[in-house]
Design a protein around this ligand. Structure first.
Ligand SMILES: Nc1ncnc2c1ncn2[C@@H]1O[C@H](COP(=O)(O)OP(=O)(O)OP(=O)(O)O)[C@@H](O)[C@H]1O
Ligand SMILES: [Mg+2]
Length: 331
């Protein structure tokens, strides 16, 4: 039995079904990312787990106990909402102390200090939210959610208001912190990089259903369908190799681009192609290739040094190693 079990969850808003047959489990200490495009039902699912909204079908259990209709305040879950509203009229310290009303005063003060140190905000504890940067506000929201020693931490797009560099820094910090205190965490995001780099396992959602659940590696290596394949990483779909009702694709980093020598072109699954675009992305280069035999366009990715010998407009050999083809059921 897993720590948290979500079984066959269904949810409606009036006539429209927003969640269908959503089932997954979370082990103690795990960090699970719920990943999916805008509007697919991520917040709705998190609301059902936190108890803010009750499902119309299915069941949620915590350590075997049915909590499907338990009010949120009885679940002891720490929640950081999308937009993480802090109380604007309370100082940082009082925001963090908010959930500790029933605690003994001394214990409460110790806990608040401990949480503020954990997120590195001890020196701004008398400020108000409006006097903090967005990144600092995010840390206050996290400290406030963690203070009452929750069973589970629920985070809805915790970094969405932040710019790229601070976002990555906070993501790494959160991951370290999560390891350090070992708290079971469910994090909602629509950012696949964030999910891949932070999560032990990812639940990918599409239109209110689960498309795939697995470790980042499992999902990257063996996407269950075309949607997952295109949502995680960049997949080149191989329309010319469609056979037996299966679809094929290859990742950009698995495409071999070489000089168009006769030897190279005599290899299986190798074609001449023109480089129609070269984009420097920093550490790597993304190359757009037009296969001359098939008028197929592919995107290859390689290190900047490997790309140095190629120019836009050049003719090259493109090899698609068969052991790197990914396949899934066609639909
Ligand atoms: N209170 C509501 N009443 C009616 N429909 C709603 C309500 N809340 C959400 N929905 C609808 O339910 C669907 C799922 O919404 P939800 O907020 O769960 O998506 P999300 O995956 O969190 O999206 P985002 O990434 O944009 O936050 C959407 O189609 C949305 O319009
Ligand atoms: Mg949402």
């Amino acid at each position: 039995m897993a720590f948290l079990e979500v079984e066959q969850l269904g949810m409606r808003y009036g006539a429209s079904r927003v969640l269908r047959n959503v089932s997954f489990s979370v082990e103690e200490g795990e960090l699970i990312a719920i990943l999916g495009p805008s509007g697919c039902g991520k917040t709705t699912l998190l609301n059902a787990v936190s108890g803010i909204a009750y499902p119309s079908e299915g069941k949620i259990t915590l350590s075997g106990r049915d909590i499907t209709f338990l009010p949120p305040e009885k679940r002891r879950f720490g929640v950081v909402f999308q937009g993480y509203a802090l109380f604007p009229n309370l100082t940082v310290k009082k925001n963090v102390a908010y959930g500790l009303g029933s605690w003994d005063a001394r214990k409460r003060a110790d806990r608040v200090r401990e949480m503020l140190e954990l997120v590195g905000l001890a020196d701004v504890c008398y400020r108000y939210p409006s006097q903090l940067s967005v990144g600092q506000q995010q840390r206050v929201a996290l400290a406030r959610a963690l203070a009452p020693e929750p069973h589970i931490l629920l985070l809805d797009e915790p970094f969405s208001a932040l710019d790229a560099s601070i976002r990555q820094q906070l993501a790494e910090e959160l991951r370290r912190l999560q390891h350090q205190i070992g708290i079971t965490t469910i994090m909602v995001t629509h950012d696949q990089q964030e999910a891949m780099s932070m999560a032990d396992r990812i639940v990918i959602m599409k239109d209110g259903r689960i498309a795939q659940t697995g470790t980042p590696l499992e999902i990257y290596e063996a996407p269950a369908d075309r949607f997952v394949a295109s949502f995680i990483g960049r997949m080149n779909f191989l329309s010319f190799s469609f056979m037996e009702g299966r679809e094929y694709g290859i990742r950009g980093e698995d495409i071999v681009v070489a000089e168009a020598t006769e030897l190279m072109l005599s290899q299986p699954h190798t074609w001449t192609a023109q480089i129609t675009d070269l984009c420097y992305m920093g550490a790597f280069v993304r190359m757009e290739l037009l296969l001359q035999d098939y008028s197929t366009r592919l995107w290859a990715e390689m290190s900047a040094s490997a790309a140095a010998k190629f120019k836009k407009g050049g003719i090259v050999a493109v090899h698609l190693p068969q052991d790197k083809w990914r396949s899934w059921n066609g639909d």
